[in-house]
Design a protein around this ligand. Sequence first.
Ligand SMILES: [Mn+2]
Length: 331
Amino acid sequence: MNNYQEALTEAARFMKAHDRFLIVSHVNPDGDTTSSALATALLLEQAGKSYVIVNEGETPSKFGFLPRFERILNLSADSLEERFDAVIAVDAADARRMGEVRHLFAPNARILNIDHHPTNDFFGTVNVIRTDAAATAEIMFEVMEAGGFACTPELATCLYTGLLTDTGGFRYSNTTSHVMEIAAKLLRCGVKPGEIAERCLEEITLKHVQVLRRALQSLKLTHRNQVASLKISHADLCETGATSEDASGLVNYGRNIEGVEVGISFCEPEPGVVKVSFRARAHVDVAQIAKSFGGGGHAKAAGCTLKGELAAIEEQVLAKLSEVLGVGVHE
Ligand SMILES: [Mn+2]
């Protein structure tokens, strides 16, 4: 048996060896971390265990259709006095990515770290890391098989959602034959693909469209049209009543323009805080760019959060792109 197979078995053993668990998804939760956290909850239920699922902040309501979604505790709104000996972190590349949750860990807490980010630093007691997995949900499927768990329709719905969202609807280059084989197995377990795609990929809020209208007005092509950036100021969010959740996904409008190599969005959820998202088309590794600003992610999708004035951060990031592309901002 290779190391990865052993790690999968070890993960299943971890779930069976403790009685009560803290499940942690990453900050600014997406479909994969949320689905993987809920899949973990369902696996623990099968093993007769109890758990609490937390996130540092709010989990997007668009994932409200997922089973046990209502069990996710938002730590910015609810406090939790309990301390946990067993922690399972899903889709978090490093301990920082789990957010402000450390205070919930008992002094000698054991951590199971399940993730697919190349930047993962093996912060767990047990680490199940496969960087060529398209999604953490793909690894969760393998944990399910390794542990002899049953693939229920609820579990399949979670795993399919993680695969669907992290592959951009089975479109990105991480859509391997293995991903499609797992998706096919999940469909046989009772997944309703049309309903999940509608909720995760098609449906948008009216506020998203209102903030999109403003963001498109700010569209700027630089670096010989290789970089397309958009800005969503705090005023844009206030005046449209949109949240940063409503503003998510806007970065793709820039990236999708023919000939553009990197799409960037600058979103200011509160004055002086700017969330920068990067999407690359082919050659640029945006994970490295995000990392240079204290963020992280994947080669083609990454992000970071910076403090400062929106215009100054824009300038700083575009200068970094000049360095990477070897082309001046206004060339
Ligand atoms: Mn992921």
